[in-house]
Write a protein that binds this ligand. Structure first.
Ligand SMILES: Nc1ncnc2c1ncn2[C@@H]1O[C@H](COP(=O)(O)OP(=O)(O)O)[C@@H](O)[C@H]1O
Ligand SMILES: [Mg+2]
Length: 280
């Protein structure tokens, strides 16, 4: 798989060069492969949101560089097209809805692509269906008439309608009920599996990272603390606890039972427990 995103010695300081400078990222080097599902985890303030805003050119490195599809985000002509390639859903994306109707909101991106109105409509309908909304039912509604969960889905539909190759999701399920959460996470996994999209998911739920990701990067205090497969990263539950992260439940279960193995799902944990303790 080719490299989709590379950060090379990325350092970012808010208000750099002023007395109020706040270092947020320090010498971060990483790459994201095309088609992979990357989970980005770490304590609050670790720099996760700052990092991903570099992936669509919203922030530019204070030092180092970021390449998307091989192109340096510091170049203006690269940045101008980046929104088509990398769709970024902020935390609480529903706060950025602005149009009069759901249709117009979701259509904003496709219209900016200057697509014919027929195709704009097709994309809007498809995207609304993907996020589990009935297009006919919601298209003429004001986004503000919807519940928070529905607004969140409208906002995500607006990003999906552009059909970016990379989807960056900053805590996309925060504040949703468990059903809405499962549904969205399933959608992201499907987009990777069936459409080959590259998914970068920021989450504070280690269980989600363990279950869905091909690779996990742990950030802490603006630096990469760990990276590897979920199995590698979650094998060291103690290290994660040291920085205040709760290991995934299946990992914790085995560790409490004194079984020196890693499980990423509850089913796997159950199998490993039964093997060791047939009478459990
Ligand atoms: N707009 C901003 N202005 C100044 N400092 C910021 C801003 N956004 C984030 N920070 C600071 O940068 C650091 C990293 O924050 P952030 O990237 O939001 O971390 P995370 O998403 O992992 O919680 C924190 O110290 C935070 O206070
Ligand atoms: Mg954040």
């Amino acid at each position: 798989m080719g490299k989709m995103i590379r950060a090379e010695n990325l350092t970012y300081t808010y208000a750099a060069g002023t007395p109020l400078a706040i270092p947020a990222l320090c010498d971060v080097s990483l790459s994201v492969r095309k088609g992979e599902f990357l989970a980005l985890v770490g304590p609050v303030g670790a720099g996760k949101s700052t990092l991903v805003q570099h992936f669509n050119g919203l922030l530019l490195p204070t030092r180092g560089r970021v390449l998307v599809a091989g192109r340096d985000t510091r170049r203006k002509e690269v940045r101008r097209r980046l929104w088509q390639l990398v769709g970024l859903a902020f935390q609480y994306p529903e706060q950025q809805l602005f149009a009069q109707t759901v249709f117009d909101d979701v259509a904003f991106g496709p219209r900016n692509l200057r697509l014919p109105s027929q195709e704009v409509a097709e994309r809007v309908f498809e995207a609304l269906e993907m996020v589990g909304l009935d297009p006919q039912e919601v298209r003429e509604l004001s986004p503000f008439a919807l519940s928070q969960g529905q607004r969140r889905r409208v906002a995500l539909a607006g990003i999906l309608a552009v059909r970016p190759e990379v989807l960056v999701l900053d805590e996309p399920t925060a504040g949703l009920d468990p059903r809405g959460r499962r549904r969205l996470l399933g959608l992201f996994k499907d987009l990777q599996r069936c459409q080959g999209k590259t998914i970068i998911l920021i989450t504070h739920q280690m269980d989600v990272a363990a279950e869905l990701a091909d690779r996990v990067i742990v950030l802490c205090q603006g630096r990469i603390f760990r990276q590897g497969s979920p199995r590698e990263v979650f094998a060291d539950a103690g290290a994660l606890q040291e920085i205040g992260l709760k290991p995934p439940l299946p990992v914790e279960l085995l560790s409490r039972l004194g079984i020196p193995e890693v499980a990423l799902t509850l089913t796997e944990a159950e199998m490993k427990i039964k093997k060791r303790r047939p009478n459990f």
